[in-house]
Design a binder for this molecule. Sequence first.
Ligand SMILES: Cc1cc2nc3c(=O)[nH]c(=O)nc-3n(C[C@H](O)[C@H](O)[C@H](O)COP(=O)(O)OP(=O)(O)OC[C@H]3O[C@@H](n4cnc5c(N)ncnc54)[C@H](O)[C@@H]3O)c2cc1C
Length: 363
Amino acid sequence: MAAKEKYAEPTYLECGFGELEYKVISPEICCRCGTCEAFCPRIEHKENKPALVEYDPLCGLCFAYCPRTFLDMGELEAKLFGRTRNADEALGIFKKAVSAQATARQSKAQDGGVATALLVQALESGIIDCAVVTDRDDEWRTVARVVTTADEVKAAAGTKYTISNSVYAVKEAMEKGYKKIGFVGTPCQIQALRKVQLLDEPYDFGQKKIVLLVGLFCMENFDYDELMEGLVKGKFGLDPKDVARFEISKGMFRVIDKSGKAHEVKIEETDAYTFKGCGPCFDFASELSDVSVGSVGSAGGWSTVLMRTDAGEKLYAATLAAGAVQEKAISEKGMALAMRLAGNKAQRFETKSQEMKVSGITR
Ligand SMILES: Cc1cc2nc3c(=O)[nH]c(=O)nc-3n(C[C@H](O)[C@H](O)[C@H](O)COP(=O)(O)OP(=O)(O)OC[C@H]3O[C@@H](n4cnc5c(N)ncnc54)[C@H](O)[C@@H]3O)c2cc1C
């Protein structure tokens, strides 16, 4: 055997939880998406991270689907869109961008309520038979839920700015027998689920049942304990139970309490609470979703919507045709701002990935 072959790097099929621990969990680049916990019966969420609870026969599944072990965006884009993105496509590949707003906006909606309207439309038209959403408890701890009604989707509206292993609930959806699962979440969660869908064999645990991915824009996410202890309780003297809403807008991180009073700091002042595993992420606009939704680029109370795949475009068109959303053209200034922020995140990735010695993530 030639020396090169003898010492070749192991393929992902030959890597197990040990390699995941070494490459992702120990160096704290894990984004806690919950994918390894969802699809490997030997991994559980313990002490707020993935933990092996049984002998690991080196099946390679956790390593394969983790968005932080390796991520070849070019390969995934080619499979999903039939081409790779051009250098000027800072928000990833999409067919159409609009500003939109749900016509019956829920008070809980973060921006235009479009993420909720899309999921409701998908459920009511039978595109999906359940949706995995990220709700919260009364202290703002995230709670991923498998929901099947419009009211349940609406109840989970609003942004929780803390890490959530929400992909784990996809397992619950499969165990409950749902066959057309929709998911809404952050770019890392969408990357993981796209890997689950698009990576070549050999694993088969029902991933064809994941049929819709609604992605959110995301600059960064926060650690629950750090954010609540440091900012909400520490700086603002608030009990998380008394918080009505969190928002990030125009460079400020704002906490609105139940009396309606706003407490705010400059976004730079929240760096200490940022989740460390968000460092090695370049993806601002959930570039691998079917349809992405964010606030940047649109007026207050409106959402920026990027339709990426045929499925995403059709779902948005049906939601518009049903009168559940109204739309207007997105301004050039709005698009430029969204693209600038996406560029900033990609630049931050370059620095952070060097600092954190991240390898295998390529755009
Ligand atoms: C951590 C985080 C950071 C974000 N950062 C930005 C940003 O920098 N710029 C920007 O333009 N937009 C950002 N967004 C997106 C923005 O906050 C809104 O989610 C988006 O504009 C959709 O608004 P909407 O009114 O259409 O959504 P809604 O109708 O209110 O629905 C929101 C959906 O988001 C899901 N969700 C809420 N919290 C989480 C979570 N922690 N993890 C996974 N899913 C969740 C819920 O399941 C819900 O269905 C961020 C979102 C998150 C979760």
